[in-house]
Design a protein around this ligand. Structure first.
Ligand code: ZN
Ligand code: ZN
Length: 438
């Protein structure tokens, strides 16, 4: 499934069309060293393609301009995002381009701003955000960065450096905790927990909206503890989900927050993982939120917006079977819910293309419908457990023996229930579960 969404995502912008040229040096095609034109931002059509080295040179000279005018402060460097943002469309670089630009920024600052520890720490923070603790090469670089940040903090404390405030301190501890969490071995998780706890305590002491950050870190600490104990998470899948939720929450906490395109990307991965684990309601709610943010912030042309819209369409379709071994898409209820209009047959893998010309639309008695795993459903018509009527949840299993669905309900304190098919209704619209069609 992920492969499909990624290929949908890659298509729009990254390959230069014939005749594309670098908007900085105006040369067509690869540069002298053979490095190709790159682009990974919101630029469209022929615009915005450049050589990596040209982008790096441009960012360096802009930074030097600020410095010569005496206007280079920590905030110009990191609010202007001279290395992190496309100067053309003003969107942050993504993927490999972000990775390369943060690397270039780090070596530039190491060379040109010796002794400016505040800048150095800020740059290290940017770099560690670009790394993936799960990859060997990134892990080694990240560990060096963690060690460097800690020794810089010590040095700044000793010198009474005014740039070292509590917020910077808490952020550094948070980044170190988050990175160790990414690596994920038990020893790293222990370390992650220690740093997250220090970070939380500092954010609490700052008060105001920084205490909200502390509350969210608290949630991440709980996730680390759950992964360490392994006991209160039933399966590997659940613990992976929990880790991915924590990662998404961490991204939300970053200075760039929920409007950062990388936050959306991590959110999309989380939504996909939730969907694959049959947490469809949670996946849908998250994805709807991400799709809205992406349209508003990145625009409807942005590849992340296209990606979320593509996935949302898949997630919103409801699939059922009717006992003939084939799959169908459920469209709506009829006759007070006594029958259901379905269309198909459809491929078993919902991401495969459908041959709509060969599909038929017809109505079947609701009692003959079997819900696919992950179907969002509403309980109804229960006599003994009438208080549960109207509750919604996901179908997470089928009990062959009793011919019932195992439904995990969304209500916080509700335990999973086994329910007959006739006591379930498909939820077509998560925002309005009572609506009978999509
Ligand atoms: Zn160029
Ligand atoms: Zn751009």
């Amino acid at each position: 499934m992920i492969t499909k969404s990624q290929s949908a995502a890659e298509a729009p912008s990254c390959t230069p069309p014939d005749g594309a040229s670098c908007w900085l040096c105006l040369e067509e095609g690869p540069d002298d060293s053979g490095a190709p034109l790159v682009r990974d931002c919101s630029c469209r059509g022929h615009s915005g393609f450049a050589h990596l080295q040209c982008l790096v040179q441009y960012a360096k000279s802009k930074t030097k301009d600020f410095a010569e005018r005496g206007e280079l402060t920590l905030s110009t460097m990191f609010v202007e995002k001279l290395f992190e943002r496309c100067p053309n469309c003003k969107q942050e670089f993504q993927g490999d381009l972000y990775y390369e630009m943060t690397k270039a920024q780090l070596s530039f600052v190491e060379k040109e701003f010796k002794g400016a520890n505040g800048w150095y720490i800020g740059t290290l923070t940017r770099r560690i955000h670009a790394l993936d603790g799960g990859k060997e090469e990134d892990r080694i670089e990240g560990e060096e960065i963690c060690a460097k940040m800690l020794s810089l903090i010590d040095e700044m404390k000793k010198n009474g450096d005014p740039q070292l405030d509590a917020f910077m301190l808490a952020s550094v501890y948070h980044d170190i905790g988050r990175f160790n969490y990414d690596i994920g071995t038990n020893q790293r998780l222990e370390r992650a927990k220690r740093y997250l706890e220090i970070s939380r305590d500092v954010f609490v002491s700052l008060g105001g909206c920084d205490s909200d950050i502390a509350v969210a870190i608290e949630g991440n600490i709980a996730n680390v503890e759950a992964r360490l104990s392994g006991s209160n998470l039933p399966t590997k899948k659940e613990s992976d989900l929990s880790a991915q939720r924590a990662r998404y929450n961490c991204m939300m906490l970053r200075v760039t927050g929920q409007n950062d395109v990388r936050t959306t990307q991590v959110g999309v991965h989380l939504a996909t993982a939730l969907f694959e684990a049959c947490h469809t309601l949670e996946a849908l709610r998250l994805l709807e939120k991400l799709a809205g943010t992406s349209r508003r912030v990145h625009g409807s042309d942005h590849r992340v917006t296209a990606d979320t819209a593509f996935l949302l369409k898949q997630f919103q379709a409801r699939y059922v079977s009717i006992g003939n071994g084939l799959n169908y898409q459920a469209l709506r209820y009829e006759n007070d819910g006594k029958s259901c209009v379905i269309q198909g047959p459809v491929p078993r893998n919902i991401f495969e293309p459908r041959n709509v010309d060969d599909e038929k639309t017809f109505s079947v008695p609701t009692a003959n419908i079997y819900f696919s795993l992950g179907s969002p459903v509403m309980l109804h018509g229960l006599k003994k457990a009438a208080h549960l009527n109207g509750e919604i949840g996901d179908v997470r299993g089928h009990c062959e023996l009793t011919d019932r669905c195992v439904v995990h309900l969304e209500g916080k304190d509700l335990k999973p229930v086994k329910v007959k098919h006739e006591n379930l209704r498909i939820v077509f619209d998560v925002a309005d579960p009572k609506k009978e069609s999509s």
